[in-house]
Ligand binder design. Structure first.
Ligand code: SF4
Length: 169
C-alpha cells in the first residue's frame, strides 16, 4: 500500500524563497481570497478551510520518518496560515521542532489583520518556537480600493496604484 505522507490539493504554490522548503499545508486556500490581481486560490477545490490538527501532525510525523534531520526549512501553506489560532500554530511548530530537528526556519504567507489579532507576547511565543519569518499579503483594507482596477494598473508590492495608473497612461 502506498502511504501519502502529505495530502496536497492542486495547484500548490511554492514561493521562490522556499525553493528547498518542505511545503506543509495547514490550511487550504486563502481566508481573504478577494485581491483582484490574484487567482492563486480561486479553484473550487481551494475553498478556504483549515486542515485538522490530526492531519497536520500526522503529515509532520510521516515526513520525519523519511527525511528526519535533512529538512531545514518549512513553509506553512496555503495563502494565510496566520489565520490559525496561536494554540493551533504553537502545536504545529512544537511538532516541527520535535519531529524535524534540523528545521531552522518556518515561514508563511499572512494577512496583516491576522498578525494584528495576536498580541506581542503571542507572536514572541511563536517566534520562540522557530517561526522566524512571515511574508505579508496585501492589506484587505487597501485591496478593496483595487476593485475595478485592471491587473496592469495595480502595484501589489506597494499596495497602491502605480505611477502610470495614477497619471492615466
Ligand atoms: S491575500 Fe494573498 S493569497 Fe489571498 S487573495 Fe490576496 S494575494 Fe491572493
Amino acid at each position: 500500500m502506498t502511504i501519502v505522507p502529505i495530502r496536497y490539493v492542486e495547484p500548490v504554490f511554492r514561493p521562490p524563497s522556499e525553493a528547498d522548503s518542505l511545503i506543509l499545508p495547514v490550511t487550504d486556500g486563502c481566508s481573504w481570497n478577494q485581491c483582484t490581481f490574484c487567482e492563486m486560490y480561486t479553484a473550487p477545490q481551494k475553498r478556504f478551510r483549515p486542515r485538522s490538527e490530526e492531519e497536520v501532525l500526522e503529515s509532520i510525523r510521516r515526513r520525519s520518518e523519511k527525511f528526519g534531520k535533512t529538512i531545514k526549512r518549512v513553509f506553512l501553506a496555503d495563502g494565510d496560515a496566520m489565520t490559525l489560532s496561536v494554540r493551533r500554530l504553537a502545536t504545529v511548530l512544537d511538532a516541527i521542532r520535535r519531529d524535524l530537528p534540523g528545521v531552522r526556519r518556518v515561514s508563511s504567507y499572512c494577512l496583516p489583520r491576522n498578525v494584528r489579532k495576536k498580541s506581542a507576547a503571542e507572536l514572541r511565543e511563536l517566534a520562540d518556537l522557530v517561526c522566524r519569518l512571515s511574508m505579508s499579503a496585501p492589506n484587505p483594507a487597501t485591496t478593496k480600493c483595487w476593485r475595478g482596477s485592471t491587473r496592469a494598473k495595480v502595484s501589489p508590492q506597494r499596495g497602491r496604484r502605480s505611477k502610470a495608473a495614477r497619471s492615466g497612461n
